[in-house]
Design a protein around this ligand. Structure first.
Ligand code: F6P
Length: 355
């Protein structure tokens, strides 16, 4: 039963029951958002219901009650206590209608969708169909437009940087070429940041198709100068000039093909062309999972608090975003219209530091 505003000392004009869900691939900081949402909602006298497994939990009705006591100690934990999925209601028969009907059945006055462009794209669609929804941008890929950073990115970059640092030392010891494939499909933010931070010799991003001859020449020139160890960081979504993309052939409900394999391909080609000793490492789910960095914990907390305030202000169809140092509301539709790829300035940095 809903409690009255009077019971909370009139701290809010109305008393609500809100739902929160996480969709898409997980990332570090999701639990910190949930914690902040419950904290703020309870201040307003609102009840929070956790929706399990993303949109799946609103198609099949799978929920959990959340109080601050349940979430107070999860700011530093990896993964998501709500669980997540890549379910797309728009791909199910009557999916969006079922979601809206179940939100009513659950008595939810509003929903907070925490996700990347897929989850927030569904949120934008459901908002148009009448659902009271606000968004929180998450993804380790950092590829959402309208926000300067998504949470999950900084934590993934830290993990990747540490791994590349380690890979470089062993490559140096053995005079080897180390090819490091890093998560990041259409946008190479994680490869760009971790590659620069770890002092990689060459960084290859999806933003600019690469040429095998150029990479071979680069490696040979280093070798001839006596620099026999070379660390090449390559984004999983990188493509070859006029040639081919490398993927696993499987497609999810949002139409994304499962990537992976470009690092292996590059290593094999380089080995054929140079005969150097080459090894490959893949930085994937283990840079996505695990504890959030301090930066991500703070960003997630600020996003969670601000998302509840969006509901309080009736700003539905909006998501919270980081612009400079400030959290601001932006339209869900606008934010999911295009992906944010590595900008020319950062792209130039990745080249200027290659040696
Ligand atoms: O979360 C985004 C992402 O990390 C991409 O970089 C990667 O391609 C994809 O998820 C892999 O997702 P999964 O294997 O969990 O479906």
């Amino acid at each position: 039963m809903k409690r009255t505003a009077e019971e909370y000392g009139n701290q809010c004009e109305f008393v609500l029951k809100i739902g929160i869900l996480n969709g898409g691939g997980d990332c570090a900081g999701l639990n910190a958002v949930t914690r902040a949402v419950v904290k703020r909602a309870e201040e307003y006298g609102w009840q929070v219901i956790g929706i399990r497994h993303g949109w799946e939990g609103l198609l099949e009705v799978e929920t959990m009650n959340l109080t601050f006591k349940d979430v107070q100690n999860i700011i530093n934990t990896g993964g998501t206590i709500l669980k997540t999925s890549r379910t797309n209601p728009a791909k199910r028969s009557n999916g969006p209608e079922t979601v809206i009907e179940n939100v009513k059945k659950l008595g939810l006055d509003a929903v907070i969708g925490v996700g990347g462009d897929d989850t927030l794209g569904v949120a934008a669609l459901l908002y148009k169909k009448g659902l009271k929804i606000v968004g929180v941008p998450k993804t380790m890929d950092n590829d959402l437009s309208s926000t300067d950073f998504t949470f999950g990115f900084d934590s993934a970059v830290e993990e990747a940087t540490h791994a590349i640092d380690n890979l470089r030392t062993t490559a140096e010891s053995h005079d080897r070429i180390m090819v490091v494939e890093v998560f990041g499909r259409h946008a190479g933010w994680v490869a760009a940041y971790s590659g620069v931070a770890a002092g990689a010799n060459l960084i290859i991003l999806p933003e600019e198709p690469f040429d095998l001859d150029e990479v071979t020449d680069f490696t040979k020139k280093r070798y001839e100068k006596g620099e026999k160890a070379t660390t090449i960081v390559i984004s999983e979504g990188a493509t070859l000039k006029n040639l081919k993309t490398v993927d696993q052939g499987k497609v999810d409900e949002f139409g994304h093909v499962r990537l992976g394999g470009i690092g292996e391909f590059l290593a094999q080609e380089l080995e054929k062309r140079t005969k150097y000793d080459i090894r490959i490492a893949v930085l994937a789910h283990h840079i996505r999972g695990g504890q959030p960095s301090a930066f991500d914990r703070v960003l997630s907390t600020r996003f969670g608090l601000a998302a509840v305030d969006l509901i309080k202000e009736g700003k539905f169809g909006m998501m919270v975003a980081l612009r400079g140092t400030q959290i601001v509301p932006v339209s869900l539709e606008e934010s999911t219209a295009k992906q944010r790829v590595v900008d020319p300035q950062m792209l130039a940095v990745t080249k200027q530091v290659s040696y």
